[in-house]
Design a protein. Structure first.
Lengths: 375, 283
């Protein structure tokens, strides 16, 4: 199987990007929420301080010195102004003396300040506090939600592209393997054709010439020896070309070649072998035809050698995207251990899948993608 | 260091700028402690504090002014006993008017006894209440045709009435907590509420009713009608002691007024205002 190593380096480069973007999201949103909340609290505190300052201003106008001792009346006025439940209130006169009007806050707060001004003179200052506790609580909740969301987003940002690249990686590997097998088969065909058309024809012509010479009176013994040598050379060329390209395939096509092999192998081994295939079969690429033929040969060999079967069936089916080859027998099965390495390599090279027969079962099933299909 | 050459420093400054923009105003500085008393008002003696004592001081100041035109007594609107003590402590006023036994670091001049009464609005025809009726009123039971008005928890009249009728305290507190009753924060506010609430009744100062000539009806309690004589004979059950506090260094300044209050003329004015002069005040 050809390895195309795209996904791992892609994933390695993607991880920092995903971590940074998820981290930024998880940090930036709660931070923005908190800062906006603080801004609102500070604005509210300033507005409340302004309202308190106006109440104080009225009291100071009426009683410039003694207003500060009438806390009850001022509290009543603040209550009426809707300022009865301030988180914290501090009033200091111009000299910095505290005026007992409210209580200092407990815990973290944000302050708002307003001055009490009469006749262009600052006579007192008012600070109003808003507690940060509730904002911290809601910010924490937002941070938790954003952390969870960033995990989900980060996962999606990482997994989706990596998964896509992995699919592309598998597709590229399958296409490369298919292309390699096709190139190999093409090369074998070319060599076989060269041998057959070149050396084979020349030897045949030489043999015919020798036959004619012998008939014309050449010493029969000498001619016979040369003829024998040429016959041996011709047989050697035939064996070589047959090894490169199954001759039956070239002559009969896939179904005819399989039919002939089943018949001759059945006769040679005594096992009853049948071929089941649809009458009309799609035209397959040469590489695929060769692979199916060789796989069927190897599977039948394993059946005879390991399964102790008396009957075997070779089934061939094809649909829009897949070619299925099954070799079934009535023997005891042989499992993956006894199978041939070449079957595994051929199937893997074409991006197919093998279901090996279990011990006790005798069905070997191979599926191969037809050209253009997605493995 | 240039900002462009220091991204971390830039991020640091940016963070601080963001936080500063949202941090609100700086907190208030530590307050300055008062350094000594305020200077006294040169043209008058200032008195301020308990709302129960305010009408009495107004009456006394009027009587005092006739014979002492050089340094009259000016009575400020009431700010409660606590406010009066604070003002006297700061020296903002010469006399702090108190309606309960606070023990500040000031000198105390016992002034008078005030009868705490349940006052009725002008339309209330009832002459008096029994203890049971008072309890039912505080419990919020309907049927009497009266509407109870309460004073705030700081008010000394509550303490006086509830020391005579202890069962009223829990009823009042639960009534305030459940917002069953209207609560007033000042004697002036209570007087106004009583005058404008049909069937309204509430704790009030007997002396204030007389001094201010309010058209309110002080109700009898368990058959005893409120009066200075009832105070003197100790038949009136709800009583509070009124006094004046002042800084020791002001004693010389206020001594003529204290002498007047303790004099027969002052005691007479006190009685006329509806209060019972305390025997200690005569010493």
């Amino acid at each position: 199987m050809i390895r195309v190593d795209l996904a791992r380096p892609f994933a390695r480069r993607l991880i920092p990007l995903v971590l940074v973007s998820s981290g930024l999201f998880a940090a930036a949103v709660p931070l923005a929420f908190h800062l906006e909340g603080r801004r609102e609290l500070a604005g509210g505190a300033r507005a409340a301080a302004g309202q308190v300052a106006r109440v104080v201003e009225l009291a100071m106008s009426a009683r410039p010195l003694l207003w500060r001792y009438d806390a009850a009346k001022l509290a009543e006025q603040l209550q009426a102004a809707g300022l009865g439940n301030l988180d914290g209130l501090e009033v200091q006169d111009a000299a910095g003396h505290r005026v007992a009007m409210g209580s200092l806050p407990i815990g973290p707060v944000v302050w708002g300040r307003a001055d009490v001004v009469l006749e262009h003179q600052r006579l007192a200052s008012v600070w109003v506090a808003n507690r940060l506790g509730p904002l911290w609580a809601s910010s924490g909740l937002v941070a938790l939600l954003c952390a969870l969301l960033s995990l989900v987003l980060g996962g999606a940002l990482y997994l989706y592209p990596v998964h896509t690249v992995m699919r592309a990686e598998r597709r590229i590997a399958a296409l490369l393997a298919e292309r390699r097998v096709a190139l190999q088969e093409e090369e074998r065909r070319r060599i076989a054709r060269e041998l057959h058309d070149g050396a084979g024809q020349a030897i045949t012509a030489a043999r015919l010439q020798l036959l004619a010479l012998r008939q014309q009176g050449l010493a029969a013994s000498s001619a016979a020896a040369v003829e024998r040598h040429l016959d041996e050379a011709l047989e050697e060329v035939r064996r070589s070309t047959s090894a490169l390209l199954p001759a039956p395939l070239a002559e009969l096509g896939l179904l005819g070649a399989l039919e002939r092999h089943c018949a001759t192998y059945s006769q040679a081994t005594g096992v009853d072998i049948a071929l089941e295939a649809p009458s009309s079969f799609p035209e397959l690429p040469a590489a695929l035809q060769t692979a199916v033929y060789r796989i069927a040969q190897e599977a039948l060999h394993n059946t005879v050698r390991h399964a102790a079967a008396s009957r075997a069936v070779v089934r061939l089916q094809a649909d829009a995207g897949t070619l299925a080859l099954e070799v079934d027998d009535d023997g005891r099965g042989f499992g993956e251990a006894a199978s041939c390495q070449s079957i595994r390599e051929r199937v893997a090279g074409l991006g197919g899948a093998v279901t090996w027969p279990e011990v006790g079962s005798a069905r070997l099933r191979i599926t191969l993608p037809l050209a253009g299909g997605d493995p | 260091m240039h900002l462009a050459n220091s991204p971390l420093r830039f991020a640091h400054l940016l963070s601080w700028a963001l936080l500063a923009a949202c941090a609100g105003d700086p907190p208030p500085p530590a307050p300055v402690r008062a350094n000594g008393a305020l200077a006294p008002t040169p043209d008058a003696l200032l008195a301020m504090g308990s709302g129960a004592a305010t009408p009495l001081l107004q009456a006394l100041s009027r009587a005092y002014a006739a014979g002492h035109p050089s340094l009259p007594v000016r009575v400020e609107p009431s700010v409660g006993t606590r406010g009066g003590v604070a003002a006297a402590t700061d020296g903002a006023v010469d006399l702090g008017l108190v309606g309960r036994g606070l023990r500040p670091a000031l000198e105390l001049f016992p002034l008078a006894l005030d009868a705490v009464v349940v006052a009725g609005a002008p339309d209330v025809e009832r002459q008096g209440l029994t203890r049971t009726e008072l309890r039912q009123l505080y419990a919020g039971e309907r049927g009497s045709g009266l509407t109870l008005l309460l004073r705030d928890t700081e008010e000394t009249a509550n303490d006086a009435l509830e020391s005579a009728y202890p069962e009223l305290r829990a009823l009042r507190e639960s009534g305030v907590a459940s917002a069953r009753f209207r609560v007033l924060d000042h004697d002036e506010a209570m007087a106004h509420a009583l005058l404008t609430t049909p069937g309204g009744v509430g704790v009030f100062s007997f002396g204030a009713i007389l001094s201010w000539r309010l058209p309110l009806r002080p109700l009898a309690l368990d058959g005893v009608r409120p009066s200075v004589d009832a105070l003197a004979s100790r038949r009136w059950p709800a009583v509070r002691r009124l006094g004046m506090v002042f800084r020791a260094e002001r004693r010389a300044r206020i001594a003529p007024f204290l002498a007047f209050v303790a004099s027969a003329e002052g005691r007479s004015a006190t009685r006329a205002a509806g209060y019972l002069p305390l025997p200690e005040a005569a010493q």
